[in-house]
Design a binder for this molecule. Structure first.
Ligand code: HEC
Length: 185
């Protein structure tokens, strides 16, 4: 028993000395071990799942809602999450962990799966994800807007460049308006 305490304390002190000396490389370019990455993903997924579980998902198929979500996504998310046909930005390239590309994901058709994915998306957008670059949009956007973005993310799964470009062309005037904060040309 006494030996166990001495060994534990020694390990603690040595760990403290090593970390305090800067032994751990915090650089975004220094990748985690595979096991650490698995551990982080597991903690993140469990945390989001538990917190998003009790949420009520509204109807997400309304075209006006999806359209609103598209405009928000185009203005606020593509710098990191890109969009069909968009070349990786310098910001996106430097991220660790990398931001997922939603348009590369397979569209979800099963209603149950779709609903639980919507809950996870909504939660992540509203609250952000600690120690990644994923910001919380809840402090600046209401739930209705965040559900609209969630609705669009589901539609973004598997979206072609043609379809995304068509959306950009259709809403060209609105998008210009948003980017210029109200200035007209
Ligand atoms: C500054 C970069 C950045 C911006 C801007 C950003 N994200 Fe993210 N986002 C990330 C990163 C990095 C992750 C991955 C986090 C992780 O691996 O745990 C992420 C994760 C997510 C996730 C959870 C990922 C999953 O696998 O399901 C969702 C949903 C998401 N972002 C949506 C959005 C939406 C919607 C916007 C715009 C309103 C946005 N993000 C803007 C960087 C960003």
């Amino acid at each position: 028993m006494k030996l166990l305490i001495i060994v534990s304390l020694t390990v603690l002190v040595l760990t403290f000395i090593a970390l305090n000396s800067g032994a751990y490389n915090i650089a975004a370019t220094d990748k985690h071990w595979a096991i650490t990455e698995k551990l982080i993903s597991w903690v993140r997924d469990s945390s989001i799942k538990a917190r998003a579980k009790e949420m009520e998902v509204p109807v997400l198929d309304d075209p006006a809602m999806v359209e609103k979500g598209f405009k928000q996504y185009h203005a606020m998310c593509t710098e990191c999450h890109l969009s069909p046909g968009k070349q990786p930005t310098e910001l996106a390239i430097g991220l660790y962990p990398q931001a997922p590309l939603f348009y590369e994901r397979v569209p979800v058709t099963d209603e149950g799966e779709k609903s639980s994915l919507s809950k996870k998306y909504f939660w992540a957008i509203k609250n952000g994800i600690k120690m990644t670059a994923m910001p919380a949009w809840g402090p600046t956007h209401n739930d209705e807007t965040i559900w609209a973005i969630t609705a669009f993310l589901q539609k973004l799964h598997g979206m072609t460049t043609e379809r995304y470009t068509a959306l950009v062309d259709t809403h060209h005037d609105d998008l210009m308006h948003d980017h210029n904060h109200g200035h007209h040309h």
